[in-house]
Every structure is written in C-alpha cells, then in structure tokens.
Design a protein around this ligand. Structure first.
Ligand code: IMP
Length: 429
C-alpha cells in the first residue's frame, strides 16, 4: 500500500494545494489531518481559481474520497459555505466528502475567546482569528470539547452546551467587559440545523481509512500550514495549535506512519510568513526593497486574512530541520518565476549567534530572534521562466539555484513550479 504526504517545510503558504492537485490522479483518497479553516489553499485549474480553507484540496477531483480527519477542527458554517461554493462552481460534492465523527467542532465562542486574548496584547501570536487555538485548547481540556459526531445526538449535544457555554461566558467576561454573551440553547438549535446538512458526510474516518488500506487504495495526506508552525516542533509560541508536519498524520488521521511511502516537502523559492515571530532571513527593506518586490510579484497577501505576508530569502538551516523532522524524501520548489526579476539571490546556509556559527536550527523562538543569517549569493537569471516546461529549458542560473538547494538539503527536487496553473510545472525527474 503506497501513501504519500505533502507538507509545507516553511511557515505555510508554500502552494501545497497545487502539488496535491497534481498528484490527485494517482490516489484514491485525500486526507486533511490538522488545522481548520485557518489554511488558505488556492488552486488554479484550466484558468479557474478555487479557494479553500477547510475542505481538502482533493475535493476538486470528484473521483477522490476527500476526508477531513479527526485531527482537524471543523467550523460547520465554513464547511457548508465551501461545499456550496464548489457546487455553484460546477464541482460535484456528495458523499465522497467525509468528515470524521471525532473531529472537534468550532463554536462562535472560540472566535470570541481568540479575539479578546489577541486584541492589542503584547503577547499576541497574530492568529487568523478563526477560533483554531481555543478549539484545540477545549479538545485537550476534555471537559469543554464537542465533536462532530455529537451533532448526531441532539440530547447529548444540548446537555454538553448547557454545561460548557455558561463556563465560557464567565471566562469571556473575566477577560473583557465587552465580550459577547452566548446562549446554550440557541447555539444548540443553530448547530442542529447544520447537523442535518452535514449528516451524510459524517463517518468514522479511521475505520474508513483502514478499510481502504486493506483494499490497497492509495492515500494522499494533505498538510495544512507549514512545519515551522508545528505546535511541538515549530517556532513556539509563534505557531498554530496542531502538528502541521508529517508528525501529525498518525494522530490526526489514525493511519500509522509505516504506510507513508513517499514524503514530499513543499517549499517556496524564497520564504514568507504571516503573523508574528522570528524570521532571520526577512527582507524588511522598505517600500522599494527586495522584500516588497517579492511580495508584489508573488502576490504575497494572506488567503484567509488578506494580511501582507512578510517575505525573505530562502533559509536552508530551517529547511534542513523541517525536512529531517518530516522524513522528507523529495522536495518541490514553488514560485520560482517570482524571483526572475532579481539581479542576485541569497540562500541562508548557516546562522551566526553571539559570534558563533550555528548549523542547526535553534529550538526556541527567543534564541532564533538572536540569529543572523550567513548568506551565499547566486546570480539571478533575469528572464521570464513562466512558459518553461522542461528542466533543460530553464536558464542556467535558475537551474544552478535549484541544484544548489538540492545539494544543500541533500534531497532530490522532483518538481519546479513556474506559475499558478497546473500546466506551469516542470517535472525534474
Ligand atoms: P492560528 O492558526 O490562526 O492560531 O494562527 C497561528 C499562526 O499561524 C499565525 O501566525 C498565523 O498567521 C499562522 N497561520 C495559520 N494558518 C496559516 C496558513 O495556512 N498559512 C500561513 N500561516 C498560517
């Protein structure tokens, strides 16, 4: 049984959706295992653009079963909205879309809790405001968590909300005088309304996936966010609340790691980050600087929040760390065309901290703050490469940049992407 994972090796927005879309023909099932509607996946197919934040990108290929695993946090409003948008765009979405009965539910009080904690706080993480962190908190607390499967048990759901919501109201009021107040019965009625439409999609996804494994079906695991945002292995506390790297697959889907036979790490040809936190190779060089040039050409604005993304050079110290962590077998380099305007390119190969050279990624955000990048400079290619389709047609300096990344990572580069469309793809092997 061959399964593939596609994960981002940076801080998210690496264009993983395009790789998942390209690989969809070769798989039977696509699974999301972490995060929620904080992800922003843009897929361009035959000139049409699709934006998804909660549903797996694979839902665009109706021959696939698309599974939202138990490790995901689900906002039913977003779920139903995305299903409707896809149907309106002519994509059939039926019972091929499955949501795990053990995925946790996001309620409006989660968004409110996030708002009052983040708003104006010096310790703010710069979250997406989608209630992700508070929902995961409630999952781990056990006493406050409510799962998708509970939607099918109205009495149990009402009982739970009658205990949880008053507790939430007390906490919210203590955090902020202007916090919203929630009514348990009104929330219950609202969610039971969603339950009716979601019912055909709710299943025991673990049983379904193991049945599929027995039948020899191929599964594609679609990571959301990037490995540097992993709650255990990323730049804590400036991370999201789930395991975004391949480490999250086992717990977030119930499929053991032994079934993963191909781990693909997706990287941008440069680096971007939204939200707060250390970023050693950031190009914070003003409105006419290279950082702004990359942001403009790469349209580096958040899909979910519209925030401008911070942009910088490629960081090989970080990539070596996340590739190691994820057991990555090959990498794909995305958005190479964005760098075509630049005279020269820099790659960070090591850090310097207190005059000491560091080759390994420091595990703590406060240590990373003190790291200065050590760069190697490569010449740019200054030619439009968006129409290149074969490795041999890449300009020499573009090829040199790609080869140097492979050499520094000691991993093969299997795909180079030179534009958002499916066809703007170079298969390197
Ligand atoms: P949260 O996931 O909304 O709690 O946000 C935590 C951090 O992760 C913030 O810095 C967000 O900007 C970042 N983040 C969350 N989802 C994504 C994503 O899909 N792409 C890039 N950054 C993300």
């Amino acid at each position: 049984m061959a399964s593939t994972s596609v994960v981002g090796l940076q801080w998210g927005d690496e264009a993983k959706g395009k790789i998942v879309d390209l690989l969809s023909f070769d798989h039977h099932i696509v699974v999301r295992y972490n995060g929620g509607a904080n992800a922003g996946h843009t897929i361009v197919r035959d000139g049409k653009t699709y934006k998804l934040s909660l549903l797996p990108t694979g839902v665009l290929s109706p021959h696939l079963q698309a599974v939202i695993g138990n490790g995901v946090v689900v906002n039913p409003v977003r779920f139903l909205e995305e299903v409707k948008n896809l149907r309106d765009a002519g994509i059939p979405v039926g019972e091929n879309l499955i949501v795990s009965n053990h995925a946790h539910l996001i309620f409006p009080y989660h968004g409110e809790e996030e708002r009052v904690i983040e708003q104006g706080a010096a310790s703010a993480i710069g979250t997406t405001g989608r209630g992700i962190g508070p929902c995961y908190q409630d999952k781990v607390s056990r006493s406050n968590g409510i799962r998708v499967g509970d939607l099918l048990h109205p009495e149990y759901l009402r009982e739970r909300l009658r205990v949880i919501v008053p507790r939430k109201n007390l906490i919210l009021k203590a955090l902020s005088r202007d916090a919203k107040h929630f009514e348990p019965d009104a929330l219950c009625d609202e969610y039971l309304g969603y339950a009716e439409t979601m019912r055909p999609h709710i299943q025991d996804s673990v049983a379904l996936l193991h049945q599929a494994i027995k039948q020899g079906k191929r599964i594609l695991f679609e990571g959301a966010q990037g490995s540097l945002l992993d709650v255990d292995h990323g730049t804590y506390p400036y991370v999201t609340s789930s395991n975004t790297s391949t480490t999250g697959i086992w717990s977030g889907s119930g499929v053991p790691a032994k079934y993963l036979t191909r781990n693909i790490g997706v990287i941008k040809a440069y680096t971007s980050r939204v939200g707060k936190g250390p970023f050693p190779t950031e190009l914070d060089d003003g409105p006419t600087g290279i950082g702004e040039t990359i942001r403009k050409i790469g349209r580096e604005y958040g899909t979910v929040t519209g925030r401008p993304r911070r942009c910088g050079w490629l960081d090989l110290v970080a990539l070596r760390h996340t590739a190691m962590l994820g057991g990555i077998d090959e990498v794909t380099i995305m958005l190479l065309d964005v760098l075509s305007a630049l005279d020269e390119l820099k790659i960070c190969t090591a850090y310097e901290q207190d005059r000491q050279r560091l080759d390994d990624y420091p595990g703590d955000a406060f240590l990373l703050e003190r790291c200065k990048p050590v760069y190697e400079t490569l010449p740019g290619w200054k030619t439009d490469i968006s129409a290149v389709r074969k490795p041999g047609d890449l300009p020499g300096n573009a090829r040199r940049y790609v080869d140097r990344i492979a050499e520094l990572l000691q991993l093969p580069v299997s795909i180079v992407s030179v534009g958002p469309d499916r066809v703007q793809t170079i298969l390197m092997r």
